[in-house]
Design a binder for this molecule. Sequence first.
Ligand code: ZN
Length: 466
Amino acid sequence: MAKLTFYGATEGVTGSAYLLETNQATILLECGLLQGSREEVKANEEPFPFNIGKLDAVVLSHAHLDHTGRLPKLVAEGYNGPVYMTNPTSELLEIMHKDAAFLLQRDAEWENKRLRRAGKKEIEPLYTIEDVEAALALCEGLAYGRRQRVAEGIEVCYRDAGHILGSAIVELFITEAGTEKKLVFSGDLGNSCAALLRDPEVVETADVLLLESTYGDRDHRPMDETLEEFEAIIAEASKNGGNILIPSFAVGRTQEVIFHLGQLYQQGKLRHQVVYLDSPMAIATTEVYHRYQNVFNSEDVAALHKGKSSSLHTFLPVLRYSRSTEESMALNMIAEGAIIIAGSGMCTGGRIRHHLKHNLWRRNAHVIIVGFQARGTPGRALVDGAKTFRIAGDEIAVNATIHTLGGFSAHASQSQLIAWVKNFSKSRPRLFLIHGEPEAKDALRGRLSEEGWSADIPHLGESITF
Ligand code: ZN
């Protein structure tokens, strides 16, 4: 019997970690970081709830930190086996983990200054750049669509999940005593209306299916409505002179937003504004996206290559890269005509907070929320109508207009999740809902039950055998 234990993303949408044990091998599926409230972030420091020494392999679905962000900690605590992922994921992982280590070290240095002054004991960052380098040395990129052995009696096959570049649905084939069982982990499933990437691949068989349920309780607004609204905000800002801030995840959403801005530019609808990509990480990621255009959907590749364009950068000639801190700070002087894309996506840190400080109080400014905002984050507070925003001790009035454009989501909607599950109708796997807030999972379970599917919602630390 194989045993699967749910060690993360059972109560929320971060900290994914699932331990698969057979009589021959133990593998960790995902090694995600807990994000969101202060308590959740603090929980990352707790020891892993399993024996690291017994792990034969780590298998990752995609590069997002909520799925991979504790890998350097795992390595720092002694793991030195292989870490499997798709090839584009290995490139994105390097960018994201180096950035994360830099931020962790910087935050620890700040905190330690304060602690030293107070005569208190200094803290260590969760991990360092050296830990990241050690983790990266263990990474092995695998191709999509091929069964490959990852441990004794366990093979993996990655299928395109269409969520971010390199994202995968993970098929695990487990052979014990001559019998093969199949575990399918949806990873994060992409929104089939999203730009650039392909739709999530259809998988039809599984014995056990783990399904993400980030948007289990709702459908996105249709993409055409979203794009109309996006265009209207840009037109209004162009007329009234305000800046537009787009807090965005460096990986995925940023490149999609650039693609849509490029389309508006190509249609002559973006003539008075300059787009600033204010994030070294997003810039580096955009270059990786450029190299992997072979995994984009054919329609968007054709659009990108129309005329003289060959990349996201030439598709949107008013795009400016802002790499250094000085370049970023210079944007504070611009009171109008700027569209600033900066991280972090949920406004928990990064350069977007400085732009919020300089623009939120302006009545003609706009903030466009293009991604999911987890409970407890500043981004969620803005969406929920916060009247003030606190940054570095300053209280900023929220006078800007906050827009939430649901159609840009990188996650499958409720209807898309259900349609994807129905592909398994013949094999009828045991279905477990993970990676969603409680109300999202409950709503999805309710809708699935109307379709004749029963689903379990596992608790943290719960095990199943199959
Ligand atoms: Zn993700």
